[in-house]
Design a protein around this ligand. Sequence first.
Ligand SMILES: [Zn+2]
Length: 139
Amino acid sequence: MAVIARLKGSLIDEMIQHAREEAPNECCGLLASKDGDIIAIHRAKNAEASPYRFSIDAKEQLRIQDEMDEAGTDWAGFYHSHTGSPAVPSPTDIRQMSTFFGPPYVHFVIGIKDPENPEVRVWYIEDGDKIEHEYETID
Ligand SMILES: [Zn+2]
């Protein structure tokens, strides 16, 4: 495992908060970085509105990427939540999103199956396989 993401600690709380608000459906969003550090999250609508899967409408994704351009940030990856299973990318996640989960894009999965003990894990998907890595918080 290597550190593949450095992010503001408050963003962890923001992602968990988003997951809790959308539960039992999955939440999702994009991560924005500046100078290599993830400094903001952009919430997106889960077009599937499902507890088992997520997708982001292509138009919404482009709109968020435009917002990042305007803010002078770069698109660094995604996050989504798992509300009934561990914070591990599912076979569906891997199939649907593999091109966007791989390097350089990082992918956070927020597990809130146990609401009192949220799980936050970061992944790359490479060659159809999921590889767990580490993140570091900064402030
Ligand atoms: Zn998933």
